[in-house]
Each structure stands twice: as C-alpha cells, then as structure tokens.
Design a protein around this ligand. Sequence first.
Ligand code: NDP
Length: 275
Amino acid sequence: MTDLYAVAGNPIGHSKSPLIHSTFARQTQQDLLYKALLMPLGEFAAKAEKFFQHGGSGLNVTVPFKEDAFRFATTHTPRALRAQAVNTLKKMPDGSILADNTDGVGLVRDLTLNHQVPLAGKRILLLGAGGAVRGVLQPLLEQQPAELVIANRTVSKAEQLARDFADLGCVTASSFADVPGAFDLIINGTSASLGGELPPLPLTVFKDGTVTYDMMYGAGRTVFNQWAHEQGVTITLDGLGMLVEQAAEAFYCWRGVRPDTATVIQRLRQERRTY
Ligand code: NDP
C-alpha cells in the first residue's frame, strides 16, 4: 500500500520538500506519496490530527508550526526535547506520534560531509536565536567547537539559549556589535536575508580562512554571503544542502533507509540557475 507523507506550513507553495522526498522515494524504491499541505494559522493540531487519522504516516513541518508540532507530538527524541520545536512527525505502530528535529543534523552533515568544513576545536559565531538556531545548537555543540558565540538582535534571547545549552559545551551570548574576536565559521541563522537586511556585525569577526554559511538559500548569493564575499571571504555557503540533508534524515526516520543526497543537491542547484 502507498504510504502518505506531507509537508505542512503557511505559506507552503515555495516548498522544495515534495520534489526532494519524491526523488528520494524513486531512488530508494519506496512506495510513498508526498504532498504539500497549506495549514491555516491556529489550526495545526486539528489539521494534523485529521491527517494522521486519515492514514498519514508522517509530516514535515515548516514555518510557522514547528512549536505547535512539538506540542502536538506524544513522544520526542532527545534532540527534539532540547530544541522544543520539530520539523518531523512520525506515526508509530501503536498510534502515538514521535517528534524529531532534523535541522541540526542537516546543517552539520552539509558542513562537514558536503563541504569538509571542520568544526572540532573551531570558534563558531551563530547569528540569530529563533527556531532554526535552537534546532541546530545541540548537533553543533556535539562536534566540540572550541567556543560557540550566539549573537542576536534581541540579546536576551541569545542569553537564554546560552544558558539552556551551557551543559553541552562552551557557549556564550553577545549583541551583534560586541561580538568578541574573529571566527573560523560564521553561521547566519537569522531571517534578515529574507528582507534583504544584514546583521550589523563588526568587520573584526573575519580573519584569513573564515567560512560563512547562510541557512537561507535562493538564486545566487544571499545578501549575507554577498557582504562576506565583499569582505574577502572565499568560502560562502548557503542552506540548500542543509535543506536536503534535513529531509534525508527525516526520510531515514520514517523509512529506515538513507537516500543519496548529492544528486538531489546537484539537481536543485542546476534548477536554481534557471530561476
Ligand atoms: P525565526 O522567526 O524563529 O527567528 C528569526 C531570527 O532572525 C530571530 O533571531 C530574529 O531576531 C532574527 N532577525 C529577523 N530579522 C532580523 C533583522 N532584520 N536583523 C537581524 N536579525 C533579524 O526564524 P527561523 O529561526 O525559523 O529561521 C531563520 C532562518 O533560517 C530563515 O531564513 C529560514 O529560512 C532559515 N532556515 C533554513 C533551513 C534550511 O534547511 N536551510 C531550516 C530552517 C530555517 P529577534 O530575536 O531579535 O527577533
């Protein structure tokens, strides 16, 4: 029987998840159908309940429902509990709903496997303190960086995150203006690029060999990566690989098979050139 999966969000029309998961399914010969669900604001729990009652096997969840999905689930993986926000729901054989957050694994795989960016012993600057940053903190800290600084426009949110994750490594908080010293890796997990804006960082964050990673992706360089490039950064990466890797981890959670991500990333990059 064909199993039903979907991605739920609002808006959802732009989502690449149906294309990614359908490609994974063909590649691994899994019999499944994957749809996009536009969910009205305030109705996540009711609509998700209906989806699973009508035979749905799993949901991916995107903006703005990741915290609703966390509350909706019956059980949570340890990394989902840490993040308090989830992008993957799975119906278990006993009817309960398991929640996972695969964003962080997706980011770490993209950095370390696809781009060979080392994380252990490095100084990392993580910009933002929203759902995406909360989701990637545990997997990043598990790579044992020397130090991870979280900088956010609303500094109190960065401070709260630093407290919440302090047991996992050396993690501190800062404003954008007061970010201390230069970094090996700067990850932009703010949504500033969406509005064509830049987090106002001092140029002292850069040094020879600094790599930048913008979780956002789109046609060409993001605003953040363009700015970094203009400051002399030679390796500027975007979040397309993270998108595909987090999807692959969700696919593995649902189906127990790992799809090949390289061909899908390559295909999306080729399509993007024609946007
Ligand atoms: P949230 O809305 O939860 O958080 C937004 C964050 O951006 C907050 O820290 C906010 O600061 C900050 N921010 C917003 N506007 C500005 C600005 N103009 N200047 C400086 N900081 C700003 O969003 P998410 O955490 O869910 O998503 C963040 C980004 O990550 C998005 O671009 C999203 O597309 C991307 N993402 C990519 C994924 C991928 O697979 N590639 C997966 C998940 C997310 P404040 O707290 O002060 O409001």
